[in-house]
Design a protein around this ligand. Sequence first.
Ligand code: GCU
Length: 491
Amino acid sequence: MSTAVMRCVRWSPGLVLILLAGSSWSRSAEPANSPKTNAATGPVPWTAQEDHRRMMDLLQITSLRRGAEGSNRQSPYAANYDEAKANPYPHLPDLLVLKNGQEVTTAPMWWDRRRPEIVEDFDREVYGRVPKDTPKITWDVTGTTRETVGEVPVITKQLAGHVDNSSYPAITVDIRLTLTTPAQAAGPVPVMMEFGFLFGPGGPGAGRGGMSKGGTPPAGRGGPGKGLGGTGPGWQQQVLAKGWGYAILAPTSIQADNGAGLTQGIIGLVNKGQPRKPDDWGALRAWAWGASRALDYFETDKDVDARQVGIEGLSRYGKAALVAMAYDQRFAIGFIGSSGAGGAKLHRRTFGELVENLTGSGEYHWMAGNFLKYGGPLNAGDLPVDAHELIALCAPRPTFISYGASSGPGAEGGWVDQKGSFLAAVAAGPVYRLLGKKDLGTTDLPPVETGLIEGELAWRQHSGGHTTGPNWPTFLTWAERYIKPAPATKS
Ligand code: GCU
């Protein structure tokens, strides 16, 4: 069959099998329905369902358990919101015991021995590995705007990070980023970078077919200009008022937010248009990688104090912010918004969203292929690591875990499992303490709007919905202890 014909047909697993029978491809790769392409034919045009199925085949998984239903309370799969049923696996992996059983009692033991073990488990089983050689990026300032945000004159640079695609020209990746700094800053400023929640091709909403959804209304995500429920200064203004700058990164310019995109974007580029191996990186790791590349750029920009760059995100981008913070120790501070399953929530909790949602075809692309095992033959209790260890990888750097309320008018709801995330933060505490820092300081979940901001590990639920918006003032009050603005301003 000609390449042109191959490209026009809409793929389905059955069709793939028919088309491949008798072709040289049917002998080439495992599993049998894996087509091969090259630079001339372009990336493998899977749908998310096909790619998901292929990964199941590769891992010899015959079936996956269904995820929880967030919206239909009558469904037999309705999400559990009963604390009495939330803890089928009460024992968390011990974060301060080496694989050989030895206890970790000193900071060097943590850094040199235990931390690398945990990173390896997250790499292999949960988020996937960043390839050893990722292509070089060239950053261009594609535009500069002078404007006033609130009362503050600022300069905004539009940036494009061109990823070297000479190894596979069929895929182009240009990372989109904006950087806004006070025009009158006398020197480099701290910067808060947000994973922007953009709606567009490959963005949230694309490729979600068949996924069980719960409580994440599109409104109120605290995007540009949104403040406390629409009133008061937006987060950018609050950041500028402290003498800091801000940046917004477009995650889907790095990697699409769906399974169909896994043979494209940065993951597809490195794989030359082929589908993933089971321990290859997923979208969360790719987004976090992109944030690190933005940080590389900041290190070259004289307007930015690159030692004082923080990362913030909400929901799937809250997960990405936590992954970025955990993996790249150059991030000075993290603001982790409503990250839920795959983020700060303990996988072992049966409450709200489950591992089985993450392993479904609407979300598996966030994770490594290997993670699928935990929604089929294995379960959450078999994971070698859990969310408390991801939070511990951020230690000793200041990390703020943010949620809305689980109940009440305008609340976020329990899909994100606030309590499961609080328990993960509590369980991460020993590493903060081992490294000479303060953890949450309590094991009791505080009431909504009571922040725990005495230590490097911080927690707060605001009374609103699925947004970081109302937690910005508390975050900044806390963050000021660690992040110092530029010393003076030009007159
Ligand atoms: C869904 C999904 C969550 C995710 C959220 C979002 O609700 O279940 O895990 O965080 O979408 O990113 O909007």
